[in-house]
Design a protein around this ligand. Structure first.
Ligand code: NI
Length: 209
């Protein structure tokens, strides 16, 4: 009986940590730093990434195949995000600027988790503020749900009780690095600094280009 309570206590602590991670835009999955495209979790393997169909800020339909041959930095967020998304997108821009010519091999993508508000035109006035080549992607709620599931991204609508109709989105804030064949390479957490990102990206892009 005693062991059972210890197990329950550990499960409780983990549950609280997961909720806290979601609240504070931390990546929910314990994959940080991994260099392989699959991660062993218990007996099963978790794959990250996969097919998607979305629309760019220019209104153009794209799929995962559109970006073959490029490294991708994939970040999920929403334009109304007050703090974390702008910080992360600015960090991605800084990192790409510091990579110099190597950055040409990398396509940054911003996928909205708030398709109800983030139309192509809303994205069009948002993404260029951060980086000229940043592509904003939106879609139907089902299309967004599909890509979020493929990347193991958590997101949830949070109603603002003080203002009717207003809401924010809770979401995980990892940046995924995908390889030229669409394969998962690694991910960066919200806490990963630009120096580490520049170093890691140099290693990956040099290795295979
Ligand atoms: Ni955000």
């Amino acid at each position: 009986m005693k062991l059972r309570y210890i197990v329950l206590a550990i499960a409780g602590v983990l549950a609280v940590a997961l909720v806290a991670a979601a609240r504070w835009h931390l990546p929910l999955n314990p994959l940080a730093g991994g260099g392989s495209r699959t991660v062993t979790a218990g007996a099963s393997k978790i794959s990250i990434g996969g097919p998607f169909t979305l629309v760019t800020q220019a209104g153009k339909t794209v799929t995962d195949a559109t970006f073959r041959g490029k490294y991708l930095l994939v970040y999920f967020g929403y334009t109304y995000c007050p703090d974390v998304c702008p910080t992360e997108l600015a960090k991605i821009a800084t990192v790409l600027d510091r990579l110099g010519p190597l950055a040409a091999a990398i396509q940054p993508l911003f996928v909205t988790v708030d398709p109800a508000r983030d139309s192509p035109s809303v994205l069009a006035s948002y993404v260029p503020q951060f980086y000229e080549r940043l592509i904003g992607l939106t879609g139907t709620p089902a299309q967004i749900a599909r890509i979020a599931k493929a990347y193991h991204v958590y997101y949830a609508k949070v109603e603002d009780k003080t203002s009717p109709g207003a809401y924010s989105m809770d979401h995980s804030a990892a940046v995924y690095l995908m390889g030229p064949k669409g394969e998962y390479l690694t991910m960066f957490s919200h806490q990963t600094g630009p120096d580490t990102m520049v170093k890691t990206l140099r290693e990956y892009v040099k290795k295979t280009s």
